[in-house]
Design a protein around this ligand. Structure first.
Ligand SMILES: NC(=O)c1ccc[n+]([C@@H]2O[C@H](COP(=O)([O-])OP(=O)(O)OC[C@H]3O[C@@H](n4cnc5c(N)ncnc54)[C@H](O)[C@@H]3O)[C@@H](O)[C@H]2O)c1
Length: 192
């Protein structure tokens, strides 16, 4: 979605890296050696499967017309400083349309509507957004310690996710989010 280092988490990637095995090991003890092995294993599996995990160029928006049926309709959950920056940046990305915003504060709803230059529906309850069948994807821009809850709920509701660093507040949160992506068969783009 944006021009920065982006990693995609897809169910296929995780099948390749024996993720479940590594998670099991981690749960018993995360030694430095284990941590290094997870990274090495992921790289080796990616190379073997010809998967490039970090390839932002392929994700950059290109100047081309997008059919209305191919438009990605998204919402931002969290419209603080970064959420509004991302909303403003989305205006330059072909094929995406913000259709709702969510924040705990009315003032942030107004800031979000300014960022997208239109009056989109705004709510304080992100589950209302997740219940909408016409929302394909969500930006998760709530504070770090809430990433896990919102990402897990979004994946369970069938939404793809864009999220930025730090993706997880704890290592356990990271595993929970990857599990949610796999279980929901979703795409999560994590950008630095
Ligand atoms: N890539 C980067 O360099 C970079 C930089 C800053 C922030 N970020 C990302 O953006 C996230 C947000 O950072 P920020 O600086 O915008 O913080 P912020 O505090 O300005 O904004 C967070 C917003 O989330 C809202 N919020 C909190 N709980 C919510 C909930 N349950 N439902 C809906 N809205 C809720 C808050 O009201 C607030 O407006 C960070 O966690 C981080 O992932 C990335």
């Amino acid at each position: 979605m944006l021009r920065s280092s982006t990693a995609l988490v897809t169910p296929q990637c995780h099948a390749e890296i024996s993720y479940a095995q590594e998670k099991q090991r981690y749960m018993h003890s995360l030694t430095r050696r284990n941590f290094m092995r997870i990274g090495a294993g992921s790289m080796a599996a990616g190379a073997a499967a010809k998967i490039t995990l970090l390839e932002p160029a392929a994700l950059w928006g290109e100047e081309q017309a997008v059919a209305p049926s191919d438009q990605i309709r998204f919402a931002s959950i969290g419209t603080g400083t970064r959420g509004c920056e991302l909303l403003a940046a989305s205006l330059a990305v072909p094929g995406v349309e913000c259709v709702a915003v969510c924040d705990l504060y009315d003032s942030r709803h107004e800031a979000a509507q300014e960022a997208v230059q239109k009056q989109v529906p705004a709510t304080r309850n992100y589950k209302e957004i997740l219940d909408r069948k016409d929302v394909d994807a969500v930006i998760v821009a709530v504070p770090d310690h809430q990433h896990r809850r919102v990402v897990v709920d979004a994946c369970a509701a069938g939404k793809d996710v864009y999220i930025e660093k730090p993706m997880s507040h704890t290592v356990e949160d990271g595993f929970a989010m990857v599990d949610a992506v796999r279980k929901g068969n979703r795409i999560l783009a994590a950008s630095a």
